[in-house]
Design a protein around this ligand. Sequence first.
Ligand SMILES: Cc1ncc(C[n+]2csc(CCOP(=O)(O)OP(=O)(O)O)c2C)c(N)n1
Length: 533
Amino acid sequence: MASVREATFDLFRAHGMTTIFGNPGSTELPMLADFPEDFNYVLGLQELVVVGMADGYAQASGRPTHVNLHTAPGVGNAVGGIFNAQANKSPLVITAGQQVRPQITIEANLTNRDATVGPQPYVKWSHEPPRAQDVPGALARAIHHATLPPRGPAFVSIPMDDWNQEADEDRAASSRARAVSGRSGPDPQALSALAARLAEASRPVLVAGPDVDAAGAWDAAVALAEKQRLPVWASPATGGSRIGFPERHPNFAGVLPPAIGPVGETLKNHDLVLVVGSSVFPYYPYLPGPLLAEGTSLVAITSDPGEAARAPMGDAIVGDVRLALERLVELVPDSQRAGPEPRPEPGEPAPADPLSGSAAMAALADVWPKDGIAVVETPSCTLSLRNRLRISQPGSYYFCASGGLGFGISAAVGVQLACPDRPVVCVLGEGSAQYGITALWSAVAYKAPVTFLVLRNDEYMILKWFATLEQVSDAPGLDLPGLDVAAVAGAYGMSAREVSGAEELTEALREAIAAEDGPRLVQVPVASGMWLD
Ligand SMILES: Cc1ncc(C[n+]2csc(CCOP(=O)(O)OP(=O)(O)O)c2C)c(N)n1
């Protein structure tokens, strides 16, 4: 007779979910008992980091990923990460331990009161099974919710006395055997009408968003842009959790600005804007203006009905991004339009002491490995990084779509565990690094050979920039004197050092990226400023 635990581990096996990210407590120990040899447990020291590592792993592997948290306080700590994972469309199956069933009603210590309510707004489904025998079925359902479009976290609370109960083997086997596919084709008529609109437009443009990458649709996006001679913008960096088009391609025009007025202004010379795999748009901050100029119309293709529903303008077609793009490529004619002007190469950054953020990004670009993956949490340098690296391979860029910090270090560890053969470089502001700092320990513990590059400007630069924009003066709490991430990393057992100047930085990065035996951290002082080039 199988126990609920055995039936559940069989379910995870059937879905290839043999890596579990967790931070354990007494309420989770019964699940972890006799831990099977074919499973890996990746320990994170705080729950935001546990979810962040799983988020990176899930996105980079494309697979549903199990996160195990400690009852109410663990879930509470994790909520920021769950919010991030939802924005990143990361298929997480999150479980949390719960008091034993006989002690929930009397609210014994560590009872997760109203367990399903805590993570509610940030998960697709939140549940506590009514019987121990329902645990495997509930987790099967959570896996399907997490992986159906739009992908995202699902949550199941599991009383700790459920694991050793006898499973309902028929039900467990039946739910384990189910395959559920969520790739649905777009409405063929809507797509034909769109193909006709594209062919007839005089100056159409493509905006490629993160779901082009998640859907494996790079080749189709490139084929469409080339066949129709479309200039291509990346969706605004604020929500650009992934890159959907090669940024060295001659048709690539740049990264759209993130606010209403500037987006309308940037796209004003086009009569048709086709947005693929992005919300319309991840606006921030609020800079009002026309959503689009007069004479510009917009169509969005998205697998996310929520994105289609909430867009403030334009038409939308819901369906799998890759299926839609591949069909569109067949439907549109070869265009005779003049192709877009090529984008200028980035210039030499101006010399400065300490280095400008742009010079630091130029140093990184100089040593960038062919199949490198960037995980980015560096608010004042994100645009410079995009401009200097010009990433042109799929699955090579991860950024937190929600703007919530704590993603960078953790996600980089998860991405590296999912892609052990590719060099991962995590670029961080020293302020952002603090939210997920304990993930440095996990990088060391699991010998994840991530290169961490910390840009140290002694401040929350982007908040100073926002203060100017919002006409706020004398706000406290925007300076970070004496925050030495290299010293902290050393205390977690990581090989870490601070360097200064472009030459030392280039050398240190080259060495760190080449190292395969574990993580390295390179910290470099940079000048104050927002670095856009
Ligand atoms: C969880 C969370 N808390 C606070 C913020 C607000 N916030 C946005 S950017 C930022 C500062 C980042 O500083 P740093 O990483 O040093 O980058 P810099 O702006 O200096 O480049 C803060 C605190 C946030 N986005 N998320």
